[in-house]
Design a binder for this molecule. Sequence first.
Ligand SMILES: Nc1nc2c(ncn2[C@@H]2O[C@H](COP(=O)(O)OP(=O)(O)OP(=O)(O)O)[C@@H](O)[C@H]2O)c(=O)[nH]1
Ligand SMILES: [Mg+2]
Ligand SMILES: [Zn+2]
Length: 328
Amino acid sequence: MKVLNHLGWQHYKSTQPELIITATLGRVRRVDRGEADVLTEQGELRAASDSQRTTVSAAPATGDWVEVVDDPDIGFRIGTIFPRYSAVTRRDPAEEEKGQVLVSNVDFVGITCSADRPANIAKVERFLILAQDSGATPLLLLTKVDQGVSEDWRQLQNEIRDVKIVHTSAHTGQGISEVRELVSENRSLVFLGESGVGKSTLVNELAGKIIQQTNEVRSRDSKGRHTTIARELVLLPSGGVLIDTPGIRGIGLWDAKEALNKVFSEITEVASQCRFSDCAHQSEPGCEIQEAIQRKEIGPQRLERYLRLMVELDEQEERLALQQRKSK
Ligand SMILES: Nc1nc2c(ncn2[C@@H]2O[C@H](COP(=O)(O)OP(=O)(O)OP(=O)(O)O)[C@@H](O)[C@H]2O)c(=O)[nH]1
Ligand SMILES: [Mg+2]
Ligand SMILES: [Zn+2]
């Protein structure tokens, strides 16, 4: 069971005490073209992932614990996909009204940003909501700190609360052992962020060898070249799992209102004290949010970003409800 334990099996099982296994157990390393590479005790198996599966939760994702069945007709195929204790789910870029699971069964979502690029709080908040919604613990990994950390990043760090921030550098080794420690007990961590921020470089540093290909950023604007093209699980020799992902510029949120309210908890807490339960926090009498803005406890821009995200998620809910009514 050594491979499986290093992959986090024991930890996974403790979250799913009722599990019954009847075929070869494994964890999905990578999914592509209707097939998946699955790490099992018998080594890596390439298994067909049933094309009949259409719903979000039923398509295998990197990180899933699955059963691999040896089918006499088609060879290996994925049978049961076991329940996910966490899942990073975004709005499917191909189909607006659908969610897409990027990775599953992770303990940490490492939102990876480069210190040598401008700090964009709205983008970081979006990633934080995605991470919070997954059920895993969000982290902010600030990379390339050997290049210096600008004032806007320092300010951003003051604005986000309750999130662990790790400064890392592949050049000086700063922060590497801190991140390694997080996964030391066979836990799983996924790196999410824009292309070129150094996700694959971090994977290699943590693994202590070059596993993932990396590439120079463009000198003109420090943008990456989309070097990593698949969501891929890397098993650390000492146990623990890292998941490298392709760079993503923006993300569509999916069914993430609860996570939104958590990430903006200082706003939702105050909002619950407004006189009107449907307060829009603009100029209503008895609006505690406006009071808090006057007292400089809540930034007006932070409120604006919160409201904008709320509208986005409200509209999504409405469209989905409409669609469901139509299809009935
Ligand atoms: N100075 C400095 N450069 C770094 C650091 N980490 C990564 N880089 C450089 O950043 C560039 C991009 O790194 P990658 O690891 O390929 O970035 P990525 O996030 O995996 O990019 P995609 O796969 O395209 O999403 C490479 O040239 C790295 O050498 C760091 O800590 N300091
Ligand atoms: Mg990469
Ligand atoms: Zn209000």
